[in-house]
Design a protein. Structure first.
Length: 449
């Protein structure tokens, strides 16, 4: 009877008579801070998106060669990775709030350097401004993890709520700010002036954010020490999350980064058409965020990531720039939010800053590599073959995730038929693309005029 009584108490979560149960003292959800972080993310992303849409065009007159037109954007992503590596130290000594404020201040300096570079027609100053822009954006990219501290009860919803601010950023960036190219006598300087104003707005919003510390366990049980980073990274779930997050940027940027130049230089589209196409793409990157969070809460991360893979695969055979870029935006959203939610299940609160920094660093360096390579690839083999390369990358990603084993959450495991479906889709889309090329009687390795 004594043993049965103890088992009943243990099963219902009551004390067993010898020690207190361990509980996490979770703070109440702070919707105000989540909303402020979402607004600051909208401002930061508007600045970054306006530069993504116009920077390759702004340096067209100053770059020494055509292949170097994507160099400033690539440097921005490299510095984004370097800035991410420094975030754990800044969190330790400054706290997340003041770290975010410092990042917004660097963003203001980046707009000043880019404006001077455009005024003086100095490619070096433009590259410096791009580096500061990437370093600043590394802090903004961490807002989603700050939102988890403000809403600890539902991390996927916190992440999707913050990223939904990117919808406003997409409309402001390529949609409105990019149209300020001729606002001042010096081309593109108006864009950087508007960017400076948005960085000041981000500082104002972040000054009202209140982020609690990590939850501490109550009771007499000892606090679990953080695991070594190598042990965390060896988890299949953690590896799959990092692969998904990195691939979400790589497969997007190999097509997105050269798109403005390809539209204007090779297909004779106007500046307005290219910027509106980028606006639509970036709008689709963040518009599904609330629905993505709801879908993950009900079905788990696996089907959301699989949906992203399907959208990215379909991008390669769509002939219209607007539709293709929109599908690419949906693909990024599903994969990025799904991978971020999957990552949160791989670490404890004390291990978070360290793993978050490593993950974002891997993402940024992967994105920088494909941004730097994108324009040389297009110049070498052409736009349609680059889309086929993108499709081959999807097949490689599918193979990597399939080999990760039990990589998803406990609600749903990846179905066995998924690899077969993607292999069939890959082969059929590749065959359709080859038929399209033959029908147009176009040389496979010549860039279309």
């Amino acid at each position: 009877e004594i043993i049965a009584s103890l088992l009943r108490k243990m099963a219902t979560g009551h004390s067993n008579g010898f020690e207190e149960p361990v509980k996490l003292d979770l703070p109440a959800d702070d919707w105000k801070s989540v909303a402020l972080l979402s607004g600051a993310w909208a401002a930061a992303f508007a600045v970054f998106a306006s530069n993504v849409a116009t920077l390759t065009l702004a340096v067209a007159e100053t770059a020494p060669a055509v292949e170097l037109e994507t160099l400033p954007l690539g440097l921005a992503l490299v510095m984004q990775g370097i800035g991410t590596m420094a975030l754990p130290t800044k969190v330790r000594y400054l706290g997340r709030k003041y770290m975010y404020l410092a990042g917004a201040g660097v963003g203001l300096l980046s707009c000043l350097a880019l404006a001077l570079g455009s005024w003086l027609l100095d490619f070096g100053l433009q590259c410096l401004g791009a580096c500061l822009l990437g370093y600043s954006f590394a802090h903004a990219q961490n807002y989603r993890f700050g939102a988890i501290q403000a809403m600890p009860s539902n991390p996927p919803r916190a992440i999707s709520s913050v990223l939904f601010g990117g919808v406003v950023g997409a409309l402001l960036g390529p949609g409105a700010i990019s149209q300020a190219r001729d606002l001042l006598p010096v081309p593109f300087m108006g864009i950087y002036l508007c960017g400076g104003v948005l960085n000041l707005l981000a500082v104002l919003l972040l000054s009202f954010v209140e982020l609690p510390g990590a939850a501490e366990p109550k009771g007499k049980a000892p606090i679990e020490q953080p695991r070594r980073l190598s042990k965390i990274l060896l988890q299949p779930r953690c590896g799959a999350a990092i692969v998904t997050l990195t691939a979400s940027y790589c497969i997007m940027l190999v097509l997105m980064a050269p798109t403005p130049a390809v539209m204007q230089n090779f297909y004779s589209h106007s500046f307005t058409a290219s910027t509106l196409t980028m606006m639509g793409h970036m709008f689709c990157m963040f518009a599904p965020s609330p629905l993505t969070g709801i879908a993950m809460a009900r079905a788990g991360s696996a089907p959301v990531i699989v949906a992203g893979l399907l959208c990215a695969a379909l991008t390669a055979v769509v002939l219209d720039f607007v539709v293709g870029m929109a599908l690419l935006g949906f693909a990024w959203n599903f994969m990025y939010i799904g991978g971020s939610a999957l990552l949160t299940k791989s670490y404890s609160p004390s291990e978070g800053p360290k793993l978050q920094a490593v993950t974002d660093t891997a993402v940024n360096f992967g994105a920088a590599s494909f941004t730097l390579l994108s324009m040389p690839i297009v110049s070498s083999i052409g736009w349609i073959p680059t889309q086929l390369l993108h499709l081959a990358m999807m097949e490689q990603l599918r193979s990597s995730l399939a080999s990760a084993g039990r990589w998803t959450d406990d609600k749903l495991q990846p179905p066995d038929l998924t690899p077969c479906c993607f292999s069939i889709l890959y082969r059929s889309l590749t065959h359709a693309s080859c038929l399209y090329r033959q029908a147009r009687d176009e040389s496979f390795f010549v860039l279309p005029a």
